[in-house]
Design a binder for this molecule. Structure first.
Ligand code: HEM
Length: 115
């Protein structure tokens, strides 16, 4: 099971990279594919994150997760998902949504590393 867990961590990190890539694409082309990339990547973060927590909680791989940390990360990831959806539906939406998505993504990385 360790291999499956590690593979999910790899996908989780690629998902994070995908959100950042989506932000960069969106910054240069508001009507381009950036928000779609963000949407799929944020979805991947929620799915891989929940799967990681499931495996870790059941004790088959990883370390016992901190449920408060996981809950905070999940809420932030859901907000990122909703913001990406709004930006996708309204390509001309203001800069606020974009900046909030970027800040929340960095926040989730910081929480993952420092908490
Ligand atoms: C935008 C959303 C997210 C970002 C950017 C993100 C980022 C990261 C990063 C960078 C790591 C690696 C940390 C390290 O190895 O020190 C990590 C690990 C982890 N994340 Fe997330 N995460 C997100 C969402 C979530 C969600 C929604 C969950 C669970 C519901 C979750 C659960 C986990 C778990 C359990 C680990 C530990 C993996 C391990 O054993 O190293 N993450 N996350």
């Amino acid at each position: 099971m360790d291999f499956v867990y590690d593979a999910l961590v790899v996908l989780h990190l690629l998902g994070m990279a995908g959100i950042v890539a989506g932000l960069v694409v969106r910054a240069s082309a508001p009507t381009g594919p950036g928000t779609k990339v963000m949407l799929y990547s944020a979805g991947a973060q929620v799915l891989t994150g929940v799967a990681l927590v499931g495996l870790a909680s059941s004790g088959v791989a990883g370390n016992e997760p901190d449920n408060t940390k996981v809950a905070v990360k999940l809420v932030i990831a859901m907000i990122i998902l909703v913001l990406a959806l709004i930006m996708h539906r309204k390509p001309r939406s203001g800069k606020g949504l974009f900046v909030t998505t970027a800040v929340l993504t960095v926040a989730n990385v910081a929480i993952a590393v420092f908490w």
